[in-house]
Design a protein. Structure first.
Length: 419
């Protein structure tokens, strides 16, 4: 028995030493780099305007990585919100690497749709990126996504040949200028709760959602249906009632008769190509109701790049290496230069080009009036945008209030049907 025990003990010690030696300090989720070589079929979901640049960046990764990795990428145009909804519906069918908004992060972690970064990757991400954006990629103390951009908000672009610079602070003056020139004022109201909410944030309203530990929405503190909400709706109605208003957010509308477009920093290059030196950028304007001014607010947030959990540890390590490459300083700088996406990388943010970009300067000016975009029930987006249709159809304050009452009732029924 003693001899048998000694043999078994030796075998256990040999197995332990062998196992420890095979992976170094990489750990079970980070195989040795020598094991990574090979060709990998990878599905990538990214915003439509970033597809072509991402193809180029994948090619750069294939030609520059030292590990013998070849990525055969299927790159699909999927928006941040759509990618989150699709992942939550079926993680297995989702993208291996996908873009997501800060607002969807917690739900995706809870659904098991995001792969945690290794200790070394988390250290590299933390050292290289803006601390606030890194925080948005954390659940407890662990990092589950790679910072991609910090520009998920909106601002005002305008045609300087139509709009005097001094008028950009007033919604009423902007409307007058557009009407006088028979030019469009583009802001998504009937078609997007994301933009519509800015009027309500401007008067101090909020819509804060509570999620339980399982990721279920259990309550909402929403004050859109309030005295301040009525003020917001009356201010919004000024634009809704104008014949020059168009519910759109694409900067390409400058080529179709627009003098004002409310959109994100991604619209700057498009607007610049159309208007040239006549492109102007500013924070959102204020509107006046009953003699008092209210600055239109906005959502703010960031975009992250996530990796779907993998059964194969080697494949997981390769995907994380690719995601880290796609979000490094050089790739973020490329996205800024070609798409005007605001970098999260500290070095890239400090560049003179970023600091002098008119769209980013305007977004920074809008920041004090913005509200961080947290988790929001997916049904809210369709419920809230109907406010614009109802307010536009209203003929007096009582009917505007009825529109807000209807909105509130829809929120109540949302929780009633989910019980």
């Amino acid at each position: 028995m003693k001899k048998l025990f000694a043999v078994l003990l030796a075998a256990v010690m040999l197995f332990t030493l062998t196992a420890c030696g095979s992976g170094g300090n990489n750990g079970p989720d980070e195989p040795a780099e020598g094991e990574w070589a090979g060709t990998y079929d990878v599905k990538i979901w990214i915003a439509d305007n970033a597809v072509e640049l991402t193809k180029k960046q994948i090619a750069d990764f294939n030609s520059s990585n030292e590990y013998g990795i070849v990525i055969n990428a299927a790159i699909e145009a999927v928006s941040e919100n759509d990618s989150a909804d699709n992942m939550l519906a079926d993680v297995n069918a989702g993208g291996d690497i996908f873009c997501l908004s800060q607002a969807q992060f917690d739900r995706l972690v809870q659904a098991g749709a995001l792969s945690k970064l290794t200790e070394s990757a988390a250290k590299a991400v933390t050292e290289a990126n803006d601390a606030g954006i890194v925080g948005a990629a954390k659940s407890d103390e662990d990092i589950y996504a790679y910072p991609l951009s910090s520009d998920n908000g909106y601002l005002l672009y305008y045609d300087k040949s139509v709009i005097p610079d001094e008028d950009v602070t007033s919604l009423e003056k902007l409307i007058e200028d557009c009407e006088a020139a028979n030019k469009h004022f583009c802001m998504e109201l009937e078609t997007s709760a994301w933009y519509l909410a800015g009027f309500f944030f401007g008067t101090g309203c909020l819509s804060d959602w509570t999620v339980d530990k399982d990721g279920n929405f259990v309550s909402v503190n929403d004050t859109f249906n309030s005295a301040n909400g009525l003020i917001a709706a009356k201010g919004m109605k000024k634009l809704l009632d104008s014949p020059i208003h168009v519910s759109a957010s694409g900067a390409e509308n400058f080529a179709n008769g627009a003098a004002v477009v409310v959109t994100g920093t991604w619209g700057y290059n498009i607007g610049k190509a159309i208007l040239g030196d006549d492109i102007g950028a500013a924070a959102l304007p204020s509107f006046t109701v009953d003699g008092k001014e209210y600055h239109i607010g906005s959502f703010n947030g960031c975009k992250l790049l996530g990796v779907k959990p993998q059964d194969d540890a080697v494949r997981s390590a390769v995907l994380h290496k690719l995601a880290q490459f796609l979000t490094d300083e050089e790739r973020q700088t490329e996205r800024f230069e070609e798409l005007a996406w605001s970098p999260t990388n500290i070095n890239a943010q400090a560049s003179s080009a970023v600091q002098s970009n008119p769209g980013l300067v305007a977004l920074f000016a809008q920041s004090p009036y913005s509200v961080a975009q947290g988790q929001i029930h997916s049904s809210w987006w369709s419920i809230a945008k109907t406010i614009a249709d109802d307010v536009k159809a209203a003929d007096n304050d009582e009917e505007i209030q009825a529109a807000l009452d209807s909105y509130h009732d829809k929120l109540d029924s949302l929780f009633e049907t989910s019980d």
